[in-house]
Write a protein that binds this ligand. Structure first.
Ligand code: CP
Ligand code: NVA
Length: 307
């Protein structure tokens, strides 16, 4: 069975810990190297990762491509419109064909089911580059960012504020694995899926849902925001009006612990889910967070591709 990276809920805590340790090691090992230079131990000479996008991407696209270059391999990027899946070829057949050509597949999919169908039919590892349900690579980079700023995840409280979306789901999935406390603050109608919460709690996660964002941010170590209108959401106007009560602003950051860290996976919409003073202020870690997509994903690719 290939080693797929589809959801943080499905991977053992010890393996996820090892991936995060590897991400730190990989980042340190190439300090001072030009961006296009190989890693000192580039292990994937001659290996290729397919990068397939059903929706837009800046960070995921460039970080995966650079990751494969630095690891000594290469990547092939295509949008679904460039491929026959855009004209109705089945995802099952696509998986079987790509398995004959490449060593791994990263997919950004509209529907999570497309991703799981691809994985079920693939002979090579499949990596989740975001679906409508979750975004596991993002959370590995986020946790790397917190740890490199000196945080011990076991001692930290993280607070998600806004839409209970795909990124929120991966924070829930990771809570039991890395043992941080999680608070989730979403307005009615935008809460995270009950089943995801229940499954995480059954695995031992400590997760509170607190509708009032000010209360949810009290003394928290990390405040996390994401767009109010995710890719695929069609009701932008309604969402913006319903979710504005959960904008991360100075009042919320002031309620949080002194020196609390602000995270946002980007792309950001200043004045919507986050005030400019917060995302561009001294507590924001968003560009380290974006950079860490590269390092964390190299560790994920190694976990998937190394025998
Ligand atoms: N955070 C993130 O996944 O960004 P992209 O949509 O640009 O890949
Ligand atoms: N929740 C956002 C994340 C983008 C990286 C979306 O799905 O559009």
């Amino acid at each position: 069975m290939p080693k797929h990276f589809l959801s943080l809920a499905d991977i053992d805590a010890s393996e996820l810990r090892a991936i995060l340790d590897e991400a730190h090691r990989i980042k340190k090992a190439r300090q001072g190297l030009a961006k296009g230079r190989l890693d000192p131990d580039a292990p994937f000479k001659g290996e290729t990762l397919a990068l397939i996008f059903e929706k837009s991407s800046t960070r995921t696209r460039f970080s995966f491509d650079m990751a494969m270059r630095q690891l000594g391999g290469s990547s092939i990027t295509a949008t679904s419109h460039d491929m026959q899946i855009g004209r109705g070829e089945t995802i099952e057949d696509t998986a079987k064909v790509l398995s004959r050509f490449v060593d791994g597949i990263m997919l950004r999919a509209n529907s999570h089911e497309t991703l799981t169908t691809l994985a079920q039919n693939s002979d090579v590892p499949v990596i989740n580059g975001l679906t409508d349900y979750n975004h596991p690579c993002q959370i590995m980079a986020d946790l790397q960012t917190l740890e490199e700023r000196g945080g011990h995840l076991k001692d930290m409280t993280l607070t998600w504020v806004g839409d209970g979306n795909n990124v929120a789901v991966s924070f829930i999935n990771a809570a039991a694995k890395f043992d941080y406390r999680l608070r989730i603050s979403c307005p009615d109608g935008y809460t995270v899926p009950d089943q995801t919460l229940e499954a995480a709690r059954a695995q031992g996660a400590t997760i509170e849902t607190i509708t009032d964002p000010l209360k949810a941010c009290e003394n928290t170590d990390v405040v996390i925001a994401d767009t109010f209108v995710s890719m695929g959401d069609t009701d932008a106007k309604k969402r913006l009006s319903d979710l504005m009560s959960h904008q991360v602003n100075d009042a919320l950051m002031n309620a949080a612990a002194k020196n609390a860290i602000f995270l946002h996976c980007l792309p950001a919409h200043r004045g919507e889910e986050v005030a400019p003073s917060v995302i561009d202020g001294p507590q924001s870690a968003v560009f380290d967070e974006a950079e860490n997509r590269l390092h964390a994903q190299k560790a994920v690719i190694r976990w998937c591709l190394e025998a």
